[in-house]
Design a protein around this ligand. Structure first.
Ligand SMILES: [Zn+2]
Length: 281
């Protein structure tokens, strides 16, 4: 299922309305935490809620994200440790996984741009302070004329299948022991397809064929774009590398195992495979 059913439901924009609380809806972050009314897009803050909590005076950074169905959407970052009563303060991962598709997209966009803005204050070539462009999502160095665009790290995530079986693995860095799809970053100079073949062979020692693109998901930890694929098993025996992958198994589509949580692209890839074999042996 794609995150946006209609093309251009959300239109990015940089220029914001003149006054902070003039119009539209707001995402609010306090430090790295999302401050939410609830886990749907209806939880976006309204101008009157911004005023009721007197957030104008606590804001450290504001950023225009764009227009959702014509409504301007901005993000506000409050000072770290700012606690507001009567609302949820959630770690970003928890907020993302608990949100509907639209809010998940907005949260991922806001978190990545805020982090990028925090981490790009000075030119990495000459050290001069950077200035926001008024018309584009970029920061420029007026001293040496170098431009800095938001950084995105492409990352492949692949469900490998072999008939009704799917290859699931437990990563060394998972927050708890569960099984998921194989994933890894695309290296400089590498195509997405090359990255898939390399990562799978490096991590579990097998070869695949017939790559098929399924879906994508921005994943702001801190700047990933997950590119979701399926691939068919071709040859080789499973040999987890023991470093990044501690366990790898062929799991039947109907088997009950603890897998990646709902809201993640891994979960969508796994569910897609399960559905395909929902009524077969
Ligand atoms: Zn410079």
């Amino acid at each position: 299922m794609s995150r946006f059913t209609k093309a251009l439901e959300f239109v990015p924009a940089v220029e914001r309305p003149d006054r902070l609380a003039d119009s539209g809806r707001f995402l609010v972050f306090s430090g790295d935490q999302a401050v939410l009314m609830a886990g749907t897009v209806t939880c976006l803050w309204t101008p009157s809620q911004i005023q009721a909590y007197a957030l104008d005076s606590q804001v450290q950074e504001t950023m225009m994200l764009g227009y959702w169905q014509g409504v301007p959407i901005q993000v506000l970052r409050l000072a770290e440790g700012q606690e507001l009563s009567g609302v949820q303060h959630l770690p970003l991962r928890q907020a993302l996984l608990g949100s509907d598709a639209l809010l998940q997209g907005l949260l991922a966009r806001a978190a990545q741009l805020l982090r990028w803005a925090q981490d790009h204050r000075f030119c990495s070539r000459c050290g001069a302070p950077l200035q926001d462009s008024a018309t584009e999502r970029l920061r420029c160095c007026h001293a040496c004329h170098l431009d800095f665009y938001p950084r995105i790290n492409p990352c492949v995530i692949v469900l490998v299948h072999r008939g009704p079986y799917m290859l699931l693995a437990q990563g060394q860095r998972f927050p708890r022991p569960f099984l998921s799809c194989l994933a890894g970053f695309v290296e400089a100079g590498e195509s997405v397809e090359e990255a898939i073949h390399r990562e799978i062979h490096e991590e579990v020692g097998i070869y695949v064929q017939n790559l098929y693109y399924v879906d994508s998901q921005p994943w702001p930890f801190p700047h990933s774009l997950m590119l979701g694929f399926e691939a068919e098993y071709l040859s080789g025996d499973l040999q987890p590398d023991g470093r990044e992958i501690v366990r790898a198994e062929w799991v039947h589509a109907q088997a009950v195992v603890d897998t990646a949580p709902p809201g993640s692209i891994a979960h969508r890839l796994i569910e897609r495979h399960r559905l395909r074999f929902a009524h077969t042996d």
